[in-house]
Design a protein around this ligand. Structure first.
Ligand SMILES: NC(=O)c1ccc[n+]([C@@H]2O[C@H](COP(=O)([O-])OP(=O)(O)OC[C@H]3O[C@@H](n4cnc5c(N)ncnc54)[C@H](OP(=O)(O)O)[C@@H]3O)[C@@H](O)[C@H]2O)c1
Length: 240
């Protein structure tokens, strides 16, 4: 019941991990606002979400287009009457030999994977500060912690997202906002099918496994999942 009538936003929920988390949140009783570029898939997600009887908001468009991310957050907050939970999920993978990567490529990857979560967090924070149950989950990747060949730009973007998340988590801990990073390995979605066609479903994490982790975090507020923050507050070795 803890998520009943909480107001949540999930970026990029027309398929994959975002859709699975959005469905889980609605199933647990939360109102959910979702977005994506593929209108037909967005409507399909909306129909599935409305089966749980909570308030559902659909916003069709591109998060990297000027103003879209900010409007999505503000409109959702106004329509739902506030915000409690933000899931920064939308992202792109990028696999290319480093010598072929261009400055345009790094702009594209950093814009969606870092600048969009930045804008979403920045726009959502005034609403979250009014919530008694404020949570942000940013979806990074194992590449936020390790380096793999031909993934320098993707890895750079996820390392940046991890850094921003850790710093924000420390900055807003005392203000009551819990901010987390989930860093999955390969998950069975369209993205991994494109990036790693050599992997089969049996070798991969399922989107529902990531939704399980998100549910655990959201339903176990203030326990060991914020351990890094506790270490920081106690002036022990922080985030290395
Ligand atoms: N799959 C993996 O193996 C894996 C592993 C670790 C981390 N991750 C991370 O998990 C997140 C989700 O990945 P996924 O595998 O579920 O990806 P996916 O199947 O490609 O789905 C991505 C979602 O984001 C939306 N999206 C992408 N670009 C967008 C844009 N510019 N504006 C609005 N929406 C946009 C897509 O909707 P539209 O196309 O309709 O816009 C879609 O709903 C990403 O951040 C990814 O980096 C994935």
């Amino acid at each position: 019941m803890i998520l009943y009538k909480k107001n949540a936003i999930v970026t990029g929920a027309t398929r994959g991990i975002g859709k699975e988390i959005a469905l889980r949140l609605a199933k647990l009783g939360a109102n959910v606002a979702v977005c994506g570029r593929d209108e037909a898939q967005l409507i399909k997600t909306g129909k599935e979400l409305s089966g749980f009887g909570t308030k559902i908001i659909l916003k069709n468009g591109d998060l990297t287009e000027k103003g879209f991310a900010r409007n999505f957050v503000e409109d959702s907050a106004e329509q739902m009457g506030g915000l409690d939970i933000i899931i920064n999920n939308a992202g792109m993978s990028f696999t290319r030999p480093f010598k072929q990567c261009t400055e345009e490529d790094i702009d594209t990857v950093l814009t969606l994977n870092v600048k969009v979560p930045f804008t979403v967090c920045k726009t959502a924070l005034p609403y979250l500060l009014k919530s008694t149950y404020a949570e942000i989950i940013n979806i990074a990747s194992v590449t936020a912690h390790k380096g793999y060949p031909e993934q320098a730009l993707y890895s750079a973007s996820k390392h940046a997202l991890a850094g921003m998340t850790k710093s924000l988590a420390a900055e807003y801990y005392d203000k009551g906002i819990r901010i987390h990073l989930i860093s999955p390995g390969g998950v069975y979605t369209d993205m991994v099918a494109l990036a790693r066609p050599d992997l089969s479903k049996e070798e991969l994490i399922l989107p529902s496994d990531v939704a399980d982790v998100a549910e655990f975090i959201l339903t176990h507020r203030t326990n060991s999942v914020i351990d890094e923050i506790e270490m920081h507050r106690a002036n022990k070795q922080p985030f290395i």
